[in-house]
Design a protein. Structure first.
Length: 212
């Protein structure tokens, strides 16, 4: 990972810490996001679930309703505070940690992440998926949701500038993945992946390489 990526990821964390109390507004404003959450019912989420970059817990409660347990990880304490209040389930354990540095002490049947893959720098793509594979139990699967090609014109851009209510600006990693191309990248890493468009979003299910 380059020094430039280190700085960008540090700024990305700062952005989500500062945005914590604004974050949920987009779910209240956008009906397509609320409808998207209903798609979780049709995805293979079960057993012990690891949720990466859980944010304010918009997805965590739904995961807990389907899971035996949920370990929800995020680097920002501000969003974790909101997520803890929202979850209201003894099944959920929250962990404050940098997703790129943290390594789980156990394995999970499902690793889930929503709107996170687009924040993974290209230089960390391989390592990130190796971490996901290492976190999965035998026969486990990764399930993910993200923004799709509504940003197609920006697909060669690796970062964006985001503004908050107070006028402050932050750079974040933002990579828009095309479903077929993403499936191909995962296949090249040994994964079996099904990535499909769903309106302005993408939904994917992936199984890790079989250990030799």
């Amino acid at each position: 990972m380059t020094t430039s990526d280190d700085a960008l990821l540090a700024e990305q964390i700062a952005y989500y810490r500062a945005r914590a109390f604004e974050y949920d507004r987009i779910y209240a404003e956008r009906a397509d996001l609320r409808e998207l959450m209903a798609t979780l019912d049709g995805l293979p989420v079960a057993g012990d679930v690891l949720e990466l970059a859980c944010g304010t817990g918009q997805w965590t409660g739904s995961l807990a309703s389907r899971a035996r347990s949920v370990t929800a990880v995020d680097s920002a304490p501000e969003v974790l505070g909101i997520a803890r209040e929202r979850a209201g389930s003894p099944k959920v354990e929250f962990v404050q940690a940098d997703v790129f540095a943290w390594r789980p002490e156990r394995r999970y049947d499902t690793v889930f992440f929503a709107f996170w893959l687009s924040h993974v720098p290209a230089s960390r793509f391989r390592d990130f998926w190796a971490t996901v594979a290492a976190a999965l139990a035998p026969d486990g699967r990764a399930v993910f949701i993200d923004e799709g090609l509504a940003g197609a014109a920006l697909e060669d851009v690796s970062s964006e500038v985001r503004s908050l209510d107070d006028g402050s600006e932050y750079r974040i990693v933002k990579i828009y993945h095309e479903p077929a191309a993403l499936s191909g990248e995962l296949t090249a890493l040994g994964w079996s992946a099904d990535v499909r468009p769903l309106g302005d979003f993408i939904v994917g299910v992936a199984e890790p390489p079989t250990p030799l």
